[in-house]
Design a protein around this ligand. Structure first.
Ligand code: URA
Length: 243
């Protein structure tokens, strides 16, 4: 048995808070009866409708994919390119990626059919740390790295403070490897941040999402997250919200 607002959010209809509003407004029925009480619990056999439309309820599933480069973070592509869900040909649940990695970026990508979980993790205020390794052009000075750490001005606003670490530099090739940790998830954010300091990204990999790493996986491989990992990810992001 699960609370009605959680079931609605999990099905991807809305956030939990919005689901509570839908219930209070009398727009939710359970087995044909309007339910306005927020605490109501429902089982998988109950027929839930929102605005007269039945909820598509599936068992929630959670996966980690080592996304290779050359793949779109989507469930379909109108140009026929490979998409991340192509790596799950036998799965009957309709999963989708939590956030995005660029076509040219590799690394940790989480996928689920749990809308509530996806919303929680993707919300910028939840501050899940993402660790990237970037190979960039040039050899950024301490001052340039400090700019990334304090926040750089992008067209969609100043970035939140990032943590950076210079891993190595190749003087001959004029390239550097830098670790950067951010918690926002704006479009092409890391690439734009390095563009802003004049060191464009050549190669980008997400090594970690929260505490989830690529350990044991090669590009294109995936594994199911354990129930404990799911719980911990949820707890970590919620703890950040309360801060
Ligand atoms: N930042 C980027 O620029 N690209 C990604 O894929 C992820 C973060």
């Amino acid at each position: 048995m699960e609370r009605l607002q959680k079931v609605i959010a999990q099905a991807g209809v809305s956030s939990r808070r919005k689901a509570e509003e839908l219930i209070a407004q009398g727009r939710v029925t359970v087995n044909g009866k309007v339910i306005k009480e927020l605490g109501t619990k429902v089982s998988s056999n109950d027929k839930v409708e929102v605005n007269g439309i039945p909820l598509e309820r599936e068992q929630p599933v959670y996966y980690l994919l080592y996304k290779p480069t050359g793949v779109i973070s989507s469930v379909s592509d109108d140009k026929g390119r490979k998409v991340v869900t192509d790596f799950f040909p036998l799965l009957k649940e309709r999963i989708y990626p939590i956030g995005r990695l660029d076509y040219d970026t590799s690394g940790v990508l989480l996928l689920t059919n749990d809308g509530d979980f996806a919303n929680t993790l993707m919300h910028p205020k939840h501050e899940v740390d993402k660790v990237y390794i970037a190979k960039v052009k040039g050899m950024p000075t301490r001052e340039q790295l400090r700019l990334l750490a304090t926040g750089v001005k992008l067209e969609d606003g100043i970035t939140a403070p990032a943590k950076t670490k210079l891993i190595s530099s190749d003087k001959k090739k004029n390239t550097s490897i830098i670790q950067i940790i951010i918690h926002e998830g704006r479009n092409r954010q890391v690439r734009r941040m390095f563009d802003a300091i004049g060191c464009p990204v050549i190669k980008l990999k997400r090594e970690q999402y929260g505490f989830i790493t690529l350990h044991g996986l090669t590009p294109g491989e995936s594994r199911e997250l354990s129930p404990h990992e799911v719980k911990q990810l949820r707890a970590q992001s919620q703890a950040k919200t309360r801060k």
